[in-house]
Design a protein. Structure first.
Length: 476
């Protein structure tokens, strides 16, 4: 029997050529019922603008960030707005792309202060210390109004960082301590370094530590436990000299050198000291899932790929054409000796990404997006929402959207207050009509399908990372 997966190739050119308009609207139509206790706002950041003045970007990471908000309250409202970055303001005034981006270079393009690509602020959105922040691959977070999504400034943490400080998109805000922890890489060819930051709940900088690296590793994410920060160092290196002096893009200045192997770099969360760098299986980890401690063990869960993912983010019409094999993996480390006790993969081979956990059960199951056509050489996109785990429970709980629809954006898992259940919020789209829906599912019964499907009148771009805030009353 010929399956849909064998036949269907998503029309991604259209998805990424569309000039996405800003939205502020009620949901047009509701199928099913939004669970009564599900109240709050789902925010997701997405690269959204891929063409200007006849120029076209090539890479998914290039597009200007657009943050979308779904607010579930007495009414259901959707808002989307571009982040007003320095890059976007200048390019709107000019009517053309001005700055070189992660995957697109052109004659006369500019770098930020001549030394870095200008951030399109398109990767993540999160709340910290009373502010809603949006971040790009590197660079200062932008402050957004939580209701209108208007950009109101940049976050410097009381002048602790500036626009050229290495500062990643995957800062972790800890609801238990109120802290924010992050890292950044300075890609100097002579002295590559990792910067570690820990901020107090009042936004003041508590710790900035700098650790030398043996090579300029490209690192996107990290994991944080009660006492440790863990960075996966895969052998994917940025030759910054090519970026600065040969006019190349970031993607073309990156090189995968598997012979160099991979390590987990464990830092003290308290002061950023490097505690250990045990070797692990050679692989590339774009996203960590989490880290947690139990007795004398540190558990580090991540999505481990055979090679980097960024090459499969281009060209936009053939996204994920050659996506490498990847699956969720757990490493267990002995915190007395820092030896790796074991590596435990979960056999979910659908090129998973965008992992999420339940804030009420952070050591439990993991939700992620998967591609049914993983392993086939053709353009593809996420068409599965799955729940997997390392416990003994057999099988994978999976949602498969209707024919011709895909899923996008990191799902958000929202506890239902019972102590056991949760909902998942995610987004579904039709690649040909660009029709767009938010979907709400029982987090522990995905295969049953959405409990509610909220239809939008205007399309939204495929998203990257999300957060769900039960209330925004504490934001200003
Ligand atoms: Fe990410």
């Amino acid at each position: 029997m010929v399956t849909r997966e064998a036949l269907h190739t998503p029309a991604l050119g259209r998805v990424f050529e569309t000039p996405y308009a800003e939205i502020s609207a009620e949901v047009a139509e509701l199928e099913g019922e939004v669970p009564r206790g599900l109240r709050g706002t789902y925010y997701v950041n997405a690269p959204a603008c891929f063409a200007r003045g006849g120029q076209h970007y090539r890479h998914w990471l290039d597009g200007d960030g657009m943050v979308c908000a779904l607010t579930l309250g007495s009414t259901i409202h959707v808002t989307s707005r571009y982040v007003r970055t320095h890059k976007r303001v200048i390019e709107e005034q000019t009517g053309a792309f001005v700055f070189r981006t992660f995957g697109t270079a052109f004659p006369g393009d500019r770098l930020q202060r001549g030394i870095a690509t200008a951030s399109p602020t398109n990767v993540s959105v999160y709340a910290f210390a009373g502010r809603l922040l949006a971040s790009g691959e590197q660079g200062l977070p932008h402050i957004l109004d939580p209701a209108t999504l208007e950009t109101t400034g940049v976050e410097t943490f009381n002048d602790a960082i500036n626009e050229i400080t290495p500062f990643s998109a995957h800062a972790k805000s800890d609801s238990r301590t109120g802290e924010l922890v992050n890292f950044g890489i300075s890609y100097s060819s002579r002295a590559p370094r990792l910067h570690y930051f820990r901020f107090e709940s009042n936004r003041s900088l508590a710790v900035r530590a700098i650790a030398p690296l043996d090579a300029p590793y490209s690192v996107h994410d990290f994991a944080l436990s009660d006492r440790y920060a863990v960075i996966h160092l895969g052998p994917y290196f940025l030759d910054v000299e090519r970026l600065l002096h040969a006019g190349t893009t970031t993607i073309d200045a990156l090189e995968w050198m598997p012979e160099m192997g991979s390590r987990l770099m464990v830092l003290s969360r308290d002061d950023g000291r490097v505690l250990a760098k045990p070797q692990v299986r050679c692989g590339y980890a774009l996203h960590a899932i989490r880290a947690f401690e139990q007795d004398d063990r540190l558990f580090v869960d991540l999505i481990e790929y055979e090679s980097p993912l960024y090459p499969s983010y281009q060209p936009l019409s053939r996204l994920y054409d050659n996506v490498p094999a990847g699956l969720p993996v757990r490493y267990v480390l002995d915190t007395r000796t820092w030896e790796v006790e074991g590596r435990y993969p979960v056999p979910y081979h659908s090129a998973p990404d965008f992992p999420a956990t339940n804030p009420a059960d952070v050591k439990g199951d993991v939700w992620l997006l998967g591609m049914s056509a993983a392993g086939e050489h053709k353009p593809k996109f996420f068409d599965r929402l799955a729940r997997v785990g390392w416990d003994d429970a057999p099988g994978v709980d999976e949602y498969e959207p209707p024919d011709g629809r895909y899923l996008s954006g990191e799902p958000a898992v929202v506890p239902d207050g019972s102590g056991e259940g949760a909902w998942v919020v995610c987004r579904e789209f039709d690649d040909e009509t660009l029709a767009s829906w938010f979907i709400i599912l029982d987090a522990y019964n995905l295969s049953q399908g959405p409990k509610a499907r909220l239809s939008l009148e205007q399309p939204l771009p495929p998203g990257f990372h999300s957060c769900f805030l039960p209330t925004t009353d504490n934001l200003r």
